[in-house]
Design a binder for this molecule. Structure first.
Ligand SMILES: Nc1nc2c(ncn2[C@@H]2O[C@H](COP(=O)(O)OP(=O)(O)OP(=O)(O)O)[C@@H](O)[C@H]2O)c(=O)[nH]1
Ligand SMILES: [Mg+2]
Length: 654
């Protein structure tokens, strides 16, 4: 298993590199804050970049027609240590839903399953990942390979439903009936689950590897998220063919529709696997003949798919699994899995590192670009002042007065332009006040008070129920309205930025939008929990039920209060990130005009101050240039890390 170890060592080196890159970015951030060169927007972007670097994953997807051996190959490469087949792999359609295999240290080992019924809801799979209550979670017992494979067998679970229902789920009935299986009148088999996430503490997964096993062909088409987001964001895709058949018509369809691409960088991340070469191991043929047959299929497949021969790997997943489980080295060599494993560790990570490095670097440069723009504006202001003052040497008082007049006019004109900015500020304040009126704690307090009084006033549980329903309805209406309000603010600010950038030829900036979905989902969750609980209380005969209901309301109210706290904090941060870049732009511009005017005023008072002032400005210019050099140095450090490719740690070569 030398190759798995090598892959693990590569992953470790990669994790280490990511940490160094993060440290470089953090150092840059500290320096910017120290120099007073950040604003809320830059802070937010740096924060996001650091988070991304921290959680960065490497996603390897396995895609093919059904029954080509995707799941078997995953078993052979990653899970042979368990001494048995872990993911279900069998003839016919086996994997029925996209299955992510990853490690998340914050949860116990488990398989999480998203019911197919969620297809009737809004929300994408990745959104739904944030809501544990949408998933069915089964623990994985690592001590028992048997119990584990039982739990993992869930990914092939199907159930019979009326065709009409399958259609409502957006599934095509003709695609879903297993071949050879007789279809009942009007009903079909559909997958029980829409998506599965297996949380498993494997060393490679711990380092950030995510494996994506997909169901065969048709399912690729029915889950839009697979095509729209999971596959495109995979860093590598292993496309699996059968060695005897080569590229069939349906294989080609899958390839063309989902995997082929004009972009050479994308194609570099595609490996084609010719699986089941053991089918060609014909006793009646010589080794050389078999070899020639395999080589011919490799060549043909590479040609058909437009890939270099080096990216096509003939293997036998099944024999490789068997060989690893039984410790049979010669069979493992014959299975040809080792060269594929080497390719995964040699090509994948360096490629991934390039991509992550380049994207982190371009984000850093974008952030630094904003800072440079400020520094450049300051430098230009100084240069202009020096030029102005130089022109004053030996000029008489009249000329100085004239010049002062000119700067005053410029300042006045900018200030007139600012009238619009302050009008916008007023509207912005009104809008934010309206937003806080909707979701502020005051509104919640009033709502809770109303509910409390209604509960007190009602002598029967029915009244309590009505009051609680009103309480939730009001919250949902407020969140809804707040969502609309924040969209208004976003629209207004986007327009203002566009206009401001155009009129004063400044850096264009598009403010981030704000979403209420998260809070809405949480309220819905609370409401569901409340409904369940109230039903239990409802059925109680005891006299205690009325006080219990009151107490229960207080619990609910305090949960909602916490939710409001979070929402208010988020809205605060968002509003700042929307407004502060504009404020910075305006402030910088104003400051510059003021400085110019001041220095001319001083000259006006005493012309012997002229040389002194020019000197002073020269020094300011020097300081500014030093600041730019310091900034460059910090960016260069990040750039060097981002572009570095270090050698494997010694352990990997052992
Ligand atoms: N002879 C042979 N059989 C294999 C090999 N790899 C997989 N198989 C068999 O092919 C069948 C299908 O394998 P799976 O791993 O379920 O295929 P899959 O691509 O995951 O199929 P779906 O989950 O249905 O999309 C199983 O019976 C495997 O044992 C191989 O290298 N040689
Ligand atoms: Mg499968």
């Amino acid at each position: 298993m030398i190759h798995t170890r090598e892959l693990a060592a590569r992953f470790e080196a990669y994790g280490d590199w990511r940490r160094r890159l993060s440290a470089g970015v953090a150092a840059l951030h500290d320096w910017l804050a120290d120099q007073d060169l950040t604003d809320a927007q830059a802070d937010l972007r740096i924060q996001r970049l650091l988070e991304r670097l921290h959680q960065d994953k490497l996603v390897v997807a396995f895609v093919a027609e059904f029954s080509r051996g995707k799941s078997e190959l995953i078993n052979a490469i990653f899970f042979a240590d368990f001494g048995q087949r872990l993911l279900p792999s069998a003839a016919g359609r086996t994997t029925m839903c996209p299955t992510e295999i990853l490690h998340d240290a914050s949860r116990p080992p488990s398989i999480r399953l998203l019911p197919i019924e969620t297809r009737l809801k809004d929300g994408t799979v990745s959104e739904l990942k944030n809501y544990a209550d949408e998933w069915v979670t089964l623990p994985l017992d690592l001590a028992s390979a048997e119990r584990m494979s039982d739990a993992l067998a869930r990914v092939s679970q199907v159930k019979r439903v009326p065709v009409a229902l399958a259609r409502r789920y957006g599934l095509h009935d003709e695609d879903l009936v297993a071949p050879h299986e007789r279809r009942d009148e009007g009903s079909v088999d559909i997958p029980c689950w829409r998506h599965a996430v297996i949380n498993f503490p494997h060393p490679l997964l711990k380092q950030g590897l995510v494996i994506l096993d997909t169901p065969g062909l048709n399912a690729v088409g029915t889950e839009p998220e697979l095509t729209l987001s999971l596959l495109p964001s995979a860093h590598a895709v292993l496309f699996i063919l059968a060695a005897d058949a080569g590229v069939t018509k349906t294989d080609l369809e899958v390839w063309n529709e989902h995997l082929a691409g004009a972009d050479p960088a994308t194609l570099a991340g595609r490996l084609v696997i010719l699986n089941k070469i053991d089918g060609l191991w014909d006793e009646m043929k010589s080794a050389a003949e078999i070899e020639a047959e395999i080589a011919r299929q490799v060549r043909l497949s590479a040609e058909t798919l437009g890939l270099p021969v080096g990216q096509v790997f003939p293997v036998s997943a099944q024999k490789a699994l068997l060989a690893k489980v039984g410790g049979d080295d010669s069979l493992l060599a014959r299975s040809r899995l080792p060269p594929l494993e080497s390719a995964l560790s040699d090509k994948l990570l360096p490629a991934k590192r390039d991509i992550v490095g380049a994207s982190a670097l371009s984000e850093v440069k974008a952030i630094v670009g904003g800072v440079r723009a400020i520094l450049a504006a300051r430098a230009a202001g100084i240069a202009e002042q020096i030029a102005e003052l130089e022109a004053l040497r030996g000029k008489n008082q009249d000329v100085v007065e004239h010049m002062m007049q000119r700067v005053r006019e410029e300042k006045a004109s900018f200030e007139r332009g600012l009238a619009r900015f302050s009008a916008l500020r007023t509207v912005f304040t009104q809008q934010t006040t309206a937003l806080y009126d909707l979701i502020g704690l005051e509104a919640l307090r009033a709502n809770a008070g109303r509910t409390r009084r209604a509960i007190e006033a009602s002598l029967f549980t029915k009244g309590v129920r009505g009051a609680m329903n009103d309480f939730f309805a009001q919250i949902r209406a407020d969140l809804d309205a707040a969502g609309r309000k924040s969209a208004e603010v976003h629209e207004m600010m986007s327009a203002m930025y566009a206009r401001f950038a155009k009129e004063h030829s400044l850096e264009p900036f598009s403010p981030p939008p704000f979403s209420m979905l998260k809070y809405m989902k949480e309220v819905e969750r609370l409401e569901r929990a409340y409904q369940r609980h109230i039903n239990t209380l409802w059925n109680m005969a005891s006299k205690a039920k009325f006080p219990l209901m009151k107490r229960f309301f207080e619990t609910v109210a305090s949960r909602v209060r916490h939710l409001y706290d979070v929402a208010n904090r988020d809205v605060d941060a968002w509003l700042k990130s929307v407004m502060s870049p504009l404020e910075t732009q305006v402030r910088e511009h104003q400051l510059q005009l003021k400085r110019r005017l001041e220095s001319i005023k001083r000259i006006h008072r005493a012309s012997d101050e002229l040389d002194e002032r020019i000197d002073e400005l020269g020094q300011q210019g020097d300081a500014l240039r030093a600041q730019v050099r310091a900034l460059d140095a910090r960016v260069a450090v990040i750039e060097a890390i981002a572009r570095s490719r270090d050698e494997l740690p010694l352990a990997a070569n052992a």
